[in-house]
Design a protein around this ligand. Sequence first.
Ligand SMILES: O=C(O)c1ccccc1N[C@@H]1O[C@H](COP(=O)(O)O)[C@@H](O)[C@H]1O
Length: 214
Amino acid sequence: MSIPLRTRIKFCGLTRPEDVDAAVAAGADALGFVLWPGSKRAIDEQRLAKLCARVPAFVTRVGLFVDPDPTLVSRCAEHLDLLQFHGGESPATCMAAGRPWIKALRMRDGLDLHAAAEAYGGAQALLLDAYRPGVPGGTGETFDWSRIPASLAKPVILAGGLTPDNVAEAIAAVAPFAVDVSGGIEAAPGVKDAARMAAFLQAVRRADDERLGA
Ligand SMILES: O=C(O)c1ccccc1N[C@@H]1O[C@H](COP(=O)(O)O)[C@@H](O)[C@H]1O
């Protein structure tokens, strides 16, 4: 008999120490740090080290990369528990980092999720994000959640335009392993809003109570 898990929560795009502290206090399971220089939420290696040093045990530190130089990944890896590849990285490239990783897939038309789950068999999970041409992620846009098969060979991390207002509906529709949010908990790009983080957490907990019949 499998025991249903509560939905894990990842807050992504943290850039400030006070936001890390607020996210941890709110109860996030994982914190994401964007190491792609093209992002409005990008941080450098020095800031990564400082922010990650504030994260307590049992909260997962995730580094987000977009088609990175492998040397950047290895320099950052000592601060991280998990790598998030959010570009066009091949399975071999993801594996070559030699660390636990997840693969972000943008839900473009025709994407075969079963084939992707097989191809990225070494991933801990697949993160599903909205597709907008020319933008690797963090668009703040949702996608059609009914495109996600009820059964997939990899755990699903649902992302893309989630907010405190829509995350309960998303959980009811998809029952993902985890949800991931960036723009939906912000006051401005890279500046998180403590009240929105807390509201997001509460919405997830309420949705889980509903889903698990607590
Ligand atoms: O946040 C970014 O700037 C970013 C840049 C490049 C790739 C991914 C990025 N963010 C990730 O995108 C999803 C969805 O974000 P949102 O909630 O729609 O704002 C999430 O995994 C972010 O971590």
